[in-house]
Write a protein that binds this ligand. Structure first.
Ligand code: 6PG
Length: 239
């Protein structure tokens, strides 16, 4: 698998580099297919990249051709401080002229996470049709115990080959979440992991120590798209 690691002095440089690659892919996708899809990551790490996009590169982005999806979501109201959508809206989406219909949050206003997961699959089908979604870019983070999106160790979603979106209960706050499954994540055309901070050093070391010949012990290791992945790390995380 194409596994490229790039190390930067800090999260600002990491974000600038990853965003430069995103914009290059975006430009190419729009030129060829007149549209570009990206699945945003949640958590804290990507906020810097989103803010940079809004501050420095919004004018050169053809927002009418850009469709924003999410890799996972906490099952909380969209104005909750823990909402990934809220973080993306505040740092990027509310600052740029992206058409409302081009923003596809994972819905959290359904009676149950299971119904919300079903609804998001309908939303994905509207854009991708019946083919398994293949995002032009999918941004992902890494948890200290090796989770990515909301695929945590031991999650049933890891082996779900039937669904594109699962409702999961995770050992983190808040516990109820929606997540893309590996079925979708392994179709990504460009998969970028953004990892920063000394607290990620141990998990990165453990991942690097895993023999290629055996399946990974960690959920993040189940994301093995044919097109490979690129790891953008800062020095604090890379060690
Ligand atoms: C989420 C994210 C999650 C995140 C990692 C890393 O909803 O929390 O999707 O997978 O990427 O937990 O989070 P940090 O960037 O905050 O370290």
């Amino acid at each position: 698998m194409y596994f490229e690691s790039r190390i930067y002095p800090d999260i600002a440089a990491l974000s600038e580099a990853a965003l430069g690659d995103i914009l290059r892919i975006l430009k190419d996708a729009v030129a060829k297919r007149e549209r570009f899809s990206i699945a945003l990551a949640g958590g804290h790490t990507p906020a810097k990249l989103y803010a940079l996009w809004a501050e420095k590169y919004k004018a050169q982005t053809p927002w009418s051709a850009v469709h924003v999806f999410f890799g996972d979501e906490r099952f909380v109201p969209e104005d909750d401080l823990l909402s990934n959508y809220r973080m993306a809206r505040e740092t990027l989406l509310s600052q740029v002229s992206i058409p409302k219909e081009n923003v596809h949050p994972m819905p959290t206003n359904f009676p149950s996470p299971e119904k919300a997961a079903e609804a998001y699959e309908v939303e994905l089908r509207k854009y991708f049709g019946e083919n398994t979604p293949a995002f032009d870019v999918q941004l992902l983070g890494l948890g200290v115990e090796g989770h990515t999106a909301s695929l945590f160790p031991g999650s049933t979603a890891l082996d779900d080959t039937q669904h594109w979106v699962d409702a999961v209960t995770v050992p983190a706050e808040p516990p109820q979440r929606l997540t893309l499954t590996p079925v979708v994540l392994n179709q990504g055309l460009n998969t970028f992991f953004l990892v920063a901070g000394a607290n990620k050093r141990e998990i990165l070391k453990a991942l690097r120590a895993e023999p290629d010949s055996e399946p990974s012990k960690f959920p993040v290791g189940r994301v093995r798209p044919a097109r490979g992945v690129v790891w953008y790390m800062d020095e604090a995380a890379a060690g």
